[in-house]
Design a protein around this ligand. Structure first.
Ligand SMILES: Cc1cc2nc3c(=O)[nH]c(=O)nc-3n(C[C@H](O)[C@H](O)[C@H](O)COP(=O)(O)OP(=O)(O)OC[C@H]3O[C@@H](n4cnc5c(N)ncnc54)[C@H](O)[C@@H]3O)c2cc1C
Length: 411
């Protein structure tokens, strides 16, 4: 038997094993996937927990139930990969040998990396919403917040779903307006970037939306520490941003086992070829989803599109044929903007998000870089698509690589 081992049963790992189990002969191939627990979160749903739009039980399911029959699901913490020996050591002492390895262990918020973030104010006036616990605790804090400074803060890039902090800011602003509290609350967006987003056209568009909503932007802000006594973000260049309620996106990092195995860069992301997702060092090792160092957004959509290309290439590889498909960094994302509306962006390594119409089978076209009700409904519908189509590996009818169809190129 040949052995495919996948580390991480999140978005990318689950899709990959489900697609490959249908394609690889059960008599020839053993497929194993490892994760540390049996709770699969729908992470985009965390955004809505603080506002009570979803309950926690609506954004999680058992991992087991998402994984196809014929795939061995091992619950354990991965301790280390031994690529030269072709095996993986688990924290409980077991060892899993492999012929091919896929690292799909994602990226996680690391509040421990910023001095003072986990101080006495953590989960009192300092919250995150990138974990279910954080988002749930923040719901309680928002409920009791009726005046002062609400600061939404990004520690550093890259982060997964780079638009989520903006979405939270827009939703919070609308939420305060609905409760007649907007005049009593100053809303601040503190970012290490020089604008609202990484790409120029979208950054200008989103920047204007922040301005229209009278949200104060604190650009180029790189936090050095958080002063808990004075409730203050302090930057390396000694700027100070006071807060009454801080919603921070901690530094995001790949899994520690990647570093322990000598497979990561300085943020524990696995260097891979950006077209094939194959390790730049080990030919039988791939990294798919947020775990890799490819220069596009860390997002579920990227995990999805790149997993499709990886699967096609992998089937060719094990069949002795060349891997001909190259991933182009395709990402798309709905951006909630409050008041029951959202924008949609679609881009890749080389093409930035552009305005226009996004062709979508049945429900489309959807407005690109436009606030519409249809985009908001698309965002809400995606939870059902995630569980019922995306994770099982059913085709969504979207191209894996980006299409220019409907886009209006920048002048
Ligand atoms: C608040 C929020 C909003 C988001 N909104 C969107 C959105 O609107 N659109 C979008 O496209 N994306 C969004 N995302 C991003 C999206 O959820 C991720 O990019 C996507 O889940 C990445 O998939 P992945 O498989 O690479 O990683 P994950 O789905 O995170 O899976 C990684 C898995 O590896 C496991 N793992 C890690 N280390 C170990 C270890 N040592 N041992 C065992 N198992 C381990 C983890 O437990 C986890 O299950 C959002 C994310 C957040 C947090």
């Amino acid at each position: 038997m040949k052995r495919l081992l996948v580390l991480g049963a999140g978005t990318a790992g689950t899709m990959i094993v489900n697609k490959l189990r249908r394609q690889l002969d059960k008599g020839e191939w053993a497929i194993t996937i490892v994760d540390r627990d049996d709770v699969h979160p729908y992470q985009p749903g965390f955004l809505f927990l603080p506002f009570g739009t979803y309950r926690p039980d609506q954004v999680r399911r058992s991992r087991h139930a998402q994984i196809a029959d014929g795939v061995d699901f091992v619950i354990a913490d991965v301790d280390r990969v031994h690529p030269e020996a072709g095996n993986v050591a688990l924290a409980d002492g077991r060892e899993l040998p492999y012929d091919y390895l896929v690292i799909a262990s994602g990226t996680s918020p690391r509040p421990d990396q910023t001095p003072g973030m986990l101080g006495q104010e953590w989960r009192r006036s300092i919250f995150d919403f990138y974990t279910e616990e954080g988002a749930t605790a923040l719901a309680g804090a928002l409920e009791n917040f009726d005046h002062g400074r609400l600061v939404v803060h990004v520690t550093d890039t890259p982060i997964k779903c780079p638009v989520a902090p903006l979405e939270f800011t827009f939703l919070a602003e609308a939420w305060l307006r609905e409760r007649d509290l907007r005049d009593r609350v100053e809303v601040v967006f503190a970012t290490p970037l020089s604008g609202a987003f990484t790409k120029p056209v979208a950054s200008e568009h989103l920047g204007t939306m922040l301005e229209e909503r009278k949200i104060v932007v604190e650009p180029d802000f790189l936090v050095e520490h958080i002063d808990n006594e004075r409730k203050m973000l302090v930057s390396y260049d000694e700027r100070e941003v006071p807060f009454d309620l801080l919603v921070t996106i901690p530094l995001n990092m790949g899994a520690d086992f990647v570093a322990r195995s000598g497979l990561g860069d300085e943020l524990n992301y696995v260097p891979v070829d950006r077209g094939t997702l194959r390790s730049t060092v080990w030919p039988n090792l791939f990294a798919v989803g947020d775990a890799s160092d490819i220069p596009t957004s860390k997002a579920g959509s990227v995990a999805h599109f790149s997993a499709e290309i990886f699967v096609d290439n992998f089937l060719r590889l094990v069949d002795g044929r060349p891997m001909v498909r190259a991933f182009d960094g395709h990402a798309n994302c709905f951006i909630e903007s409050g008041d029951g509306k959202a924008l949609l962006i679609d881009f890749n390594y080389d093409t930035e998000p552009l305005p226009g119409r996004y062709p979508l089978p049945l429900a489309g076209p959807l407005g690109l870089l436009q606030e519409t009700r249809a985009n908001h409904l698309g965002k809400l519908a995606f939870r059902h698509i995630y569980w019922n189509m995306l994770l099982p590996g059913r085709p969504l009818g979207l191209p894996s690589n980006m299409s220019m169809s409907g886009k209006v190129p920048a002048a």
